[in-house]
Design a protein around this ligand. Structure first.
Ligand code: SF4
Length: 428
């Protein structure tokens, strides 16, 4: 069902008399199944829209939409396609009980892959889905490949009915669809020959596979399904050696790196993270590939905008994995502003010590880290820890936490976003 949630004042839809709650049924005679149909079918200028108003009246709108003008409406979020797999390393299986319900939804939805860059395994694709992907040219898609050999993929996804990804990718590539691939690497399962074969298979698709990210398997203290070997420094080094070899080949033959190790892989291997130039246009930054390089770059570029903050003491809360990388960044900030920066590496109390990512810290962790730090003038916390509704993963509202702490606290993505205006704030 496709239902209107909001209208922009003065927009086409509002002028037609469409109101929130209106159900959109068809466009030019084609029934609407979801937001994709709406987006693509309303690309025409001449539209015959069939709708049902909240009171039940059926109406038809026959309109000529001026070129480039949007319809001026937003749709209710779509019903998410659920995942048919049961991966041992699934992060959702590794969540503790008692969190808010939406966090337990295992989505595997090609539509969100196209619209938002969410990774999908394609294992729940039906014939109709393929037809839509090809008709609407949903490209690029973000695909969790994990392995191209069928037996290994069945094991990794813990799903004996998983389709052959090579056949699926062939059909997509033949239809002009490009993909960004990710491979979660599980030691003992897909880190040796299976990994090599998978990279070779993906490479053989040519331009249809735009980039490949290798991500080390991660588990929490609640990952009860996981029976594989833990990822450690030695495994990470071996995987990166393979990345190096493939990068070299890709640079030689295609002029770009094509395959990337995630930041986490470099951290586990205790290898220096590459500079920003390594990542080109950062094709998988949302997947933790090049995020550190990008942060370093943004800090470097933003230093000139920072005011002097002499005498200030600034706390910086981060996860354990980022703690080792912070001193060099904080030194630059310190030199430029004159402030003293205190790094506060914080252990994740909800997921356990194996989860070291800054963005997964919860309200209770930050409360514990800062609650007794009356010596700080301000504190910066990772902005990724707070969702659009202002909640941490443990449901603590940011506003409540902020009021309880003895210093002003600011969510920050890259230090510059907060510190650039700290001079005015202090003077106000
Ligand atoms: S594909 Fe695997 S990891 Fe992703 S949601 Fe499904 S079970 Fe979890």
């Amino acid at each position: 069902m496709v239902r209107v949630s909001r209208l922009s004042a003065g927009g086409i839809a509002a002028e037609l008399g469409i109101v929130p709650g209106t159900e959109l049924l068809s466009v030019n005679g084609r029934p609407l199944a979801d937001f994709l149909d709406w987006e693509f079918l309303t690309a025409d200028e001449n539209l015959l829209i069939e709708a049902r108003l909240p009171g039940g009246d059926l109406v038809e709108y026959d309109i000529e939409r001026p070129e480039g003008e949007s319809m001026g409406l937003e749709l209710e979020p779509p019903a998410i396609r659920r995942c048919a797999n049961r991966c041992e390393f699934c992060f959702i299986e590794g969540l503790p009980q008692g969190l808010r319900k939406p966090l337990y939804v295992r989505d595997d939805d090609y539509r969100l892959s196209f619209a938002y860059g969410n990774f999908a395994t394609l294992s729940n694709l039906k014939e109709r889905d393929f037809e839509r992907i090809l008709e609407y040219r949903l490209s690029p898609l973000y695909v969790s490949v994990h392995a191209t050999t069928w037996e290994a993929r069945k094991k990794l996804l813990n799903n004996p009915r998983v389709p052959d990804i090579l056949q699926q990718l062939t059909r997509l590539a033949d239809g002009g669809i490009q993909i960004h691939a990710q491979l979660f690497v599980v030691p003992g399962l897909n880190d040796g020959e299976v990994l090599e074969q998978s990279l070779a298979d993906l490479w053989s698709f040519g331009d249809a596979v735009l980039s490949v990210a290798l991500v080390p398997v991660g588990t929490t203290q609640f990952s009860h399904l996981y029976t594989g070997e833990p990822m450690n420094e030695e495994n990470a080094r071996r995987i990166l050696a393979r990345v190096d070899a493939w990068e070299e080949r890709a640079l030689r033959e295609r002029g770009e790196r094509w395959v990337y190790g995630s930041d986490e892989l470099y951290l586990l291997a205790r290898r220096e993270l590459p500079e920003a130039a390594h990542y080109g246009d950062f094709p998988q930054i949302e997947n933790g590939v090049g995020a550190v390089a990008s942060l370093r770059e943004r800090v470097r570029a933003g230093l000139d905008r920072l005011p002097r903050l002499d005498g200030k003491r600034i706390g910086v809360v981060t996860g354990v994995s980022m703690a080792g990388l912070m001193p060099s960044l904080l030194e630059q900030l310190q030199r430029r502003t004159g402030a003293q920066f205190d790094l506060i590496p914080t252990v994740n109390s909800l997921f356990g010590p194996t989860v070291t990512t800054a963005g997964l810290l919860v309200g209770a962790d930050i409360r514990r880290a800062l609650g007794s730090r009356g010596d700080l003038d301000i504190a910066l916390i990772p902005a990724e820890t707070i969702n659009d509704a202002g909640l941490f993963l443990d449901d603590e509202p940011f506003v409540t936490l902020r009021e309880a702490l003895p210093m002003p606290v600011y969510p920050s993505y890259d230090f510059i976003d907060v510190l650039a205006s700290e001079g005015q704030r202090a003077a106000a």
